[in-house]
Design a protein around this ligand. Structure first.
Ligand code: 475
Length: 821
């Protein structure tokens, strides 16, 4: 069958050139004798896309023939970033393209810079989905990603006078060469209306008569694996007006209004919600959730029915992964389809549904768990509310048999919360139905068992698992740090680590080797130069390459404690100001880099950004300080900027108050790039310590178990002198905007919920230890090498293998290797 299928398209530089020029002429519609960088990028991307399409066709045909159990990864957010470099690297044709382009007078890197980010997500959860897609493709798993094709991705952050402003991300304005619109893959999605009981073939059944119909149309995005021909698909849904409904309106003669109301359908997938904690009670958000769930489930069932007729086999062929609670209406939707449309008996349907789902939770605190007001759900999805009540009824009855009439516990575990506003607890629904409930780091998984879902853990201990997060070394080393990539392959004597990252431990034996150390420092320098150039171009601030590049980039949150970082910087500034010249000569120079977006309505986070700018303004213009200290805020931090920032960092900070970061994945990317961590013992840092040893990073702060007691002590506890002094400088207006910043200072000197004041001393000690280590380049470089060497466990390849084996029950399905290429 595959005799003809070893690829129509050739990948030698001449063939690539021809293809690029073909696309210049006929796709971009510019003359092949005259086109600019952006047009060249577009043509290049289209030629890569052709190769991706060919491979994804082959992959799908192969899956179809083998009919393995497939996993469907449901996520409302995917933070993909750019695709060009990642694709050509995974296809194994980066060098051929570079050569083809250079003969045409273009440079690959320059064209790659033309691409905008696909930012269909907020933060950690969304980037994790993207890394996991790369691993699923690379490890040959028969997987699909499903999500929403937002017209506007995450807002662009623009800073004016130190204040964050949000601007729309028009990412589709210049077209998206990677996606393919599947005009024939569309499904109707119903909303509102009523539920009628009807008799069908002598049996009672529920019929949902919707009040609104919207069509979901599929856009396919190919995800190529590395070192394999397998290319899987991320299918994103967009809203489109439904012809069915509109015909009625047109027939009644209301031409204009019928056309205007068609526009509404597109609103559903129009914009990504920019909050990375949770949304409670937003109708559009709920619509988005159901829209994407309903279309995905219809698609999955259609594919199943193409090859099977008996739903008993459904769980043998389908695994459904819920990325947090956002897609958990899928549980109810599958129930609805099986009972109302396929006419399965309720208990049989429930039995099937319970074998399908695994659920991963990314939240740490109960308030982060999603709840949907019953009124809202009942109006938008009347039949689903009934089904949830029925699921809950059966669950509570069963529970009473198991635990008796412990009403407190019953009400805590109930899917329906009977509070002032009656709500549906989506996390409880997911835990009740899913066969596995996963945490994202060891400490987080323990927290789920002992706090968040304690009652459920006692009932079903076997459901709870830990799937420590990971990131893909393809993007975070191979794409973003080519110099390190070359060095690693040279010293390990193989490129195999790109698929088998555990091989990085092989570096350990050379950690003291003078040659390796020399090359290692050179690589870091190259990356620091790239970052320094970016900083100067963006902010006009010139930074010294001899300084320690100290980075904290992530969403701005009180619990992530960017404020602690800034207070530390002020302290450093104050110390330098009070030194004489000889003392100053011993100071380790620093470039402090902070970046990240604040949710648009999160006032405290925005104040922290403003404070950062105010402090930077003062420090960077103080000639007493010079190169000893600089502070830069990198605006609009996103995936493609992370690819420049992370390789160039010497030190990175992960300062969450212990117990607040479920995992943290940024730290893993820094670790892979040989950046030393300064961190609290929270989330995945605890596991990083296990891998690289506490002596190779800078730990500080209260431990998880100490936090409650420290909070107990509350506002009365003493603010350390150094911290008080720093706060005094802010309060006294040293950095301007005196009134505006008072509340930030109050939060530290008052309740201090996030323990900035009580961790301050220990934070400064860790910073001093980092300075000391940096002053000894051999020691620092060794620590850096050992960081990379110990990062293997934090590859998403490991995470995905764990999921495949322990949660999804799927196996690799690799396109035959004789056709690899
Ligand atoms: C955790 N996002 C990190 C990361 O597991 C962890 C929530 C609601 C709506 C939209 N987005 C969200 C998150 O909850 C999120 O990004 N959580 C993060 O998930 C991956 O490493 O500790 O905070």
């Amino acid at each position: 069958m595959f005799g003809l299928m070893d690829g129509f398209l050739k990948n030698d530089p001449i063939s690539l050139q021809k293809d690029i020029l073909y696309h210049v002429e006929y796709t971009v519609a510019r003359s092949r004798f005259s086109f600019d960088d952006f047009e060249a990028y577009q043509a290049l991307a289209h030629s890569v896309r052709d190769r991706l399409i060919e491979r994804s066709h082959d992959t799908q045909l192969f899956f179809k023939r083998k009919d393995p159990k497939r996993v469907y990864f449901l996520s409302l957010e995917f933070l993909m970033g750019r695709s060009l470099s990642n694709s050509v690297i995974n296809l194994g044709i980066r060098d051929q393209y570079a050569e083809a382009l250079s003969q045409l007078g273009f440079e690959f890197e320059v064209l790659a810079e033309q691409e905008g980010d696909a930012a269909l997500g907020n933060g950690g959860l969304a980037r994790l989905s993207a890394c996991q897609m790369d691993s699923m493709a690379t490890l040959d798993y028969p997987a699909w990603g499903y999500g929403l094709r937002y017209q506007y991705g995450l807002f662009r952050q623009v800073i004016l006078d130190g204040i964050q402003h949000e601007q729309p991300d028009f990412w589709l304005n210049f077209g998206n060469p990677w996606e393919t619109e599947r005009v024939h893959v569309t499904y109707p999605v119903k909303f509102y209306g009523t539920v009628e009981e009807e008799i069908l073939n002598g049996e009672k059944c529920n019929v949902w008569n919707p009040g609104e119909l919207v069509e979901a149309v599929a856009y396919d995005n190919p995800i190529p694996g590395y070192g394999t021909r397998n290319t899987i698909t991320l299918r994103l849904w967009a809203g489109k007006p439904s012809d069915q409904r509109d015909m009625e309106a047109f027939n009644t003669g209301d031409y204009i209004n019928a056309l205007v109301s068609r526009q509404k359908a597109e609103n559903i997938s129009s914009v990504l919600y920019p909050d990375d904690r949770s949304y409670q009670g937003k109708e559009l958000r709920l619509k988005q959730q159901y829209f994407f769930v309903s279309a995905s489930i219809q698609d999955i069932i259609r594919r199943f029915k193409d090859a099977h007729s008996n739903f008993d086999e459904f769980p043998d062929k389908v695994a459904l992964q819920l990325n947090d609670t956002h897609p958990s209406l899928a549980i109810v939707e599958v129930m609805r389809v099986l009972v109302d449309e396929e006419h399965l008996d309720w208990h049989k349907a429930w039995d099937i549904v319970c074998k399908l789902f695994s659920f991963t939770i990314h939240a740490v605190i109960a308030e982060g768990l999603e709840k949907i007001p019953v009124d809202l759900l009942g109006s938008l999805l009347p039949r689903h509310l009934q089904i949830i009540y029925d699921i809950n009824f059966n669950f509570v009855e069963e529970l009473k048999k198991r635990i008796g009439l412990d009403y407190d516990r019953l009400s805590r575990m109930s899917i329906v919360e009977e509070a002032a506003v009656k709500t549906i607890r989506m996390a409880n629904l997911s835990v009740v139905c899913a066969h596995t409930v996963n945490g994202v780091s060891t400490v987080h998984s323990e927290l789920l068992k002992t706090k968040l879902f304690k009652d459920f853990y006692e009932l079903w201990p076997e459901k709870f698992q830990c799937m420590t997060n990971g990131v893909t070394q393809r993007r975070w080393i191979v794409v973003s740090n080519p110099s390190l990539c070359a060095l690693l392959s040279k010293w390990l004597g193989t490129e195999a680590w790109i698929r088998n990252v555990d091989l990085l431990t092989g570096l350990r034996e050379y950690a003291d080797d003078a040659d390796l150390q020399q090359e290692w420092m050179m690589v870091k320098k190259v990356n620091k130069m790239r970052l320094a150039e970016y900083i100067e171009a963006m902010s006009g601030v010139k930074v010294s390459l001899d300084a320690m590049f100290d980075v904290q980039t992530k969403r701005i949150h009180e619990y992530k404690r960017q404020l602690l970082n800034i207070l530390g910087i002020i302290h450093r500034y104050d110390c330098i100001k009070n030194m004489d010249k000889s003392q100053q000569s011993k100071v380790v120079p620093r470039v402090c880099i902070i970046g990240g977006k604040a949710a648009p309505g999160y006032e405290v986070a925005k104040k922290i950004i403003k404070l950062c700018h105010a402090v930077a303004e003062k420090i960077n213009n103080d000639s007493d300080v010079g190169d000893l200290l600089k502070l830069v805020f990198i605006p609009d931090y996103n995936v493609s900027l992370a690819e420049v920032v992370i390789p160039g960092a010497d030190l990175s900070q992960h300062l969450s108050t212990a117990g607040h970061e479920a995992s943290g994945t940024g730290s893993m990317k820094f670790l892979m790039n040989g950046c030393l961590l300064l961190a609290t013992e929270d989330g995945s840092t605890v596991e990083i310590v296990e891998e690289i040893g506490a002596e190779n990073l800078f730990l500080f702060g209260a431990k998880i178990h100490e936090v409650p007691e420290l909070r107990e002590k509350g506002p009365a506890h003493d603010v350390p002198l150094q911290c008080a002094r720093v706060l005094r400088l802010i309060r006294d207006g040293h950095f301007g905007f005196q009134d505006y910043f008072q509340s930030l200072c109050d939060s530290v000197e008052g309740e201090d919920f996030y323990l900035l004041s009580s961790d301050f001393g220990s934070y400064l000690e860790a910073q001093a230890a980092a300075d000391k280590a940096f002053a000894d380049p051999k020691k620092w470089t060794k620590m850096s090498i050992l960081s990379t060497a110990g990062s293997g466990r934090f590859s998403s390849d490991r995470t995905i293998r764990d999921y495949a084996e322990k949660s999804w029950g799927i196996e690799p399905c690799r396109f035959p290797s004789e056709f690899d290429g």
